[in-house]
Design a protein around this ligand. Structure first.
Ligand code: 3HC
Length: 676
């Protein structure tokens, strides 16, 4: 097998080049190749400096994550980085694309770093539940200071080359199209400089105040995660006066601890699950896509506006249609307000706001959708309304246009059936707020064409969504699994639990909020029959008293002017009255019962969805819950979590509360297998 590493001699400079597509991950072969090439350069008397660069779209994007579950192969990455740093001849890293994780650590092992302006540098290991384990936590603070090292390691977001230059993390910028030549020229400039600057020989200055401020600032973001604290501890160690070797030993210990833990396994699972989700089992990867030059959106309400923003931000023009001028004006006004708020936070330039707004074509004329390549309906959730719209669309949309509905529950096949082109109809279920939430459920109708699906999945990536294919079933994947959770949570109230207890269990689990906090935020009146005399459950009783949630300052909780919640004596009375009415004597409900009845039931529903072929794979379900509902990523989504919980325990828990367990779940539990 040929090595992914080759060398080129340019007189006195040896250029070491990696070609390991797609992202130059630092696989065993790459590590072996770098090791051999550095030795070659050191041994050759005619070589005075070396350059490490990569072919293809990026500098090393990190360790090869697929190797993490396999036996280690020498030389390990920390050794390779040490070999580079120990070189008696200066080594320059020439960076383009992304120098991430182990890739950043290779660059830190080099004595100099230059990058093209579009390059990004960072250590995203924390997002995989890890820390930079090849000396990164020790070299970063020594080169760029504790503050930046904390930002990079514990938060994991990469920084652009210019910022890296300002921080001293890189030594110079190269021309965007002349990196290879510029790196050789740079190597010649520094080849005689002595001593050779080695990060491990520098000292990091302790900054306890910055550490405390950083921890405080990010407490919410880090809640529940193990890895950020470990990253912080390693950076602190680097600046504690301990020797480099002691720091490395500590880093190794912490890296191994995280690597063996459930959280990192869960986060690595989600990394691959997210990428796997974009693949459609029976649609070839090279399917020719339809060209989407203009998108139409029907409805300028909250959903329609948010959906439009996704495309406008990606530079795709949008025609947005409303029936009334007032609604259209309000809708476009909200879009502008949202963009301006983003600009005020410095996340958008004023000219970008104008550019996005300039690509928006608001209209009251339905026929203006004629020239759109994709039309997304985002109107009231009522089948007859949807059918009417799709009938009209069928009459005016150009041939080959994709017709999508943003319905969250309704039958896409029934909607498609009113058109003469059901192959062009698909569901695109965005989550609110649609310009923020990352999840897109792409609903595949019985007749949806393969190229329609492939086009929508590719477009989702362009608008920075994580898309998952769902089959036609009430509520698709996410909302269908939400239903048993909500039903059980309400029953538990009747039987003796309080909203506070159930919410506390969910928040402790890692959800951003519990079922009742969510109901208060979304509106207790959603889906309510609006007849105050008809009280069939506790929710009806609350709605009948105008306790509609945060918007009426009362729901399952009471709210003050600032929307701070407090437990409600009135709600306790309502629940008590309802229990009396139903003849229920309250009993003590344990937290375990809440977990079994509100979380195991979701796993059970997920297994049914898989049995019915309404999701392609268990990991897709995990992606839906992580990106659509804030399931804690360190638990890997409901289906992954069930495995870590123990399928036997999940099945026993469900059975002990009288639920019918999905046969696939029972089988997997009995055979010690996985839910697929
Ligand atoms: N190892 C193995 N495979 C990787 C990989 C890695 N580090 N990074 C990406 N890939 C794979 C992806 O799984 C995907 O495979 P597929 O085509 O079969 O689905 C393929 O490369 C392309 O990846 P993307 O679809 O993500 O491509 P993009 O162009 O959208 O993004 C990227 C490129 C920004 C580099 C992104 O892939 C990324 O963020 N990668 C991970 C970076 C990372 O986490 N690095 C740290 C690794 S851990 C580490 O280094 C430990 C060390 O400290 C010891």
């Amino acid at each position: 097998m040929t090595s992914p590493i080759r060398t080129e001699r340019h007189d006195d400079v040896l250029v070491i080049i990696s070609d390991n597509p797609p992202v130059n991950a630092l696989s065993a072969a790459v590590r072996q190749g770098i090791d051999a090439a550095i030795k070659e350069g050191v041994a050759d008397a005619s070589i005075e400096a070396m350059v490490i660069r990569c072919d293809g779209r990026t500098f090393f994007a990190g360790a090869d994550i697929t190797e993490f579950t396999k036996p280690p192969v020498e030389p390990l990455l920390p050794t390779v980085v040490d070999i580079i740093e120990a070189s008696s001849k200066p080594v320059v890293a020439a960076i383009h694309g992304t120098a991430l994780g182990g890739g950043c650590e290779v660059a830190l092992g080099c004595h100099y770093r230059i990058a093209v302006p579009s390059a990004k540098i960072g250590t995203p290991e924390v997002k995989l539940g890890l820390l930079p384990g090849a000396g990164g936590t020790q070299r970063l603070p020594r080169i760029a200071g504790v503050k930046l090292a904390l930002e990079l390691t514990a938060k994991g977001d990469p920084i652009p080359a210019r910022k890296a230059l300002e921080a001293g993390l890189i030594d110079g910028l190269a021309g965007e199209d002349s990196l290879a030549d510029d790196a050789i020229a740079f190597a010649r400039e520094i080849k005689a400089n002595r001593p050779i600057p080695r990060a491990s020989e520098k000292e990091a200055k302790a900054d306890p105040e910055a550490v405390e401020a950083f921890k405080k600032e990010n407490a919410r973001r880090f809640r529940g995660f193990d890895a950020p604290a470990a990253n912080i501890a390693c950076v602190e160690k680097a600046a504690s006066g301990a020797s480099f070797a002691e720091g490395i030993a500590f880093e190794r210990q912490e890296f191994m601890r995280l690597m063996m833990g459930v959280q990192s396994a869960a986060q690595r699972h989600i990394f691959f699950a997210e990428r796997q989700a974009s693949k459609i089992d029976d649609v070839p990867a090279d399917t020719k896509l339809r060209d989407i030059k203009r998108v139409g959106v029907i409805g300028a309400g909250t959903m329609g506006g948010g959906i439009s923003m996704n495309f406008l931000s990606a530079g795709i023009p949008v025609t947005i249609v409303e029936m009334q001028a007032e609604a259209l004006e309000r809708g476009t006004g909200t879009i502008r307000k949202n963009y301006e708020a983003t600009a005020a936070k410095g996340r958008m330039k004023p000219e970008q706001v104008e550019q996005a707004m300039g690509a928006l074509n608001p209209t009251l004329n339905f026929d203006d959708l004629r020239d759109c390549d994709l039309i997304i309906e985002a109107v009231y959730e009522e089948m007859s309304v949807k059918k009417d719209i799709f009938t009209r669309l069928d009459a005016i949309a150009k041939p080959g246009a994709i017709l999508a509905s943003n319905t969250s529950y309704l039958d896409i096949d029934e909607i498609a059936a009113v058109t003469a082109r059901p192959q062009d109809v698909v569901g695109m279920h965005f989550f609110s707020p649609a310009n923020v939430m990352k999840l897109l459920e792409v609903v595949r109708g019985e007749k949806t064409a393969g190229d329609v699906l492939a086009t929508v999945m590719a477009l989702a990536k362009k608008i920075r969504k994580v898309a998952v294919v769902a089959g036609v079933t009430y509520g698709f994947i996410g909302n269908r699994m939400l239903m048993p959770r909500q039903v059980e949570a309400t029953k538990l109230l009747l039987e003796g639990a309080t909203p506070e207890q159930i919410d506390r269990v969910h928040v402790a689990f890692g959800m951003p909020m519990g079922p009742f906090q969510m109901a208060d935020l979304a509106g207790v009146d959603i889906g309510w029959h609006r007849d105050p005399t008809r009280i069939e459950n506790i929710r009806d009783a609350l709605a009948a008293e105008n306790r509609w949630g945060q918007k009426t300052k009362a729901g399952f909780y009471d709210y003050d002017e600032k929307r701070t919640p407090s437990n409600s004596a009135r709600v306790a009375e309502i629940i008590e009255d309802f229990r009396k009415r139903e003849g229920v004597t309250p009993r003590e409900i344990t937290d375990e019962e809440i977990v079994a009845r509100t979380l195991y039931t979701m796993v059970n529903e997920g297994a049914l969805i898989l049995e019915e072929g309404k999701a392609q794979r268990a990991s897709d379900i995990d992606v839906v819950w992580i990106y659509g509902y804030g399931w804690p990523v360190y638990r890997g989504g409901p289906m992954f979590w069930a495995q870590t919980e123990g399928l036997g325990k999940v099945v026993a828990g469900l059975e002990s509360h009288g639920f019918t367990v999905a046969s696939s779940l029972k089988q997997a539990a009995a055979s010690g297998g996985r839910i697929k």
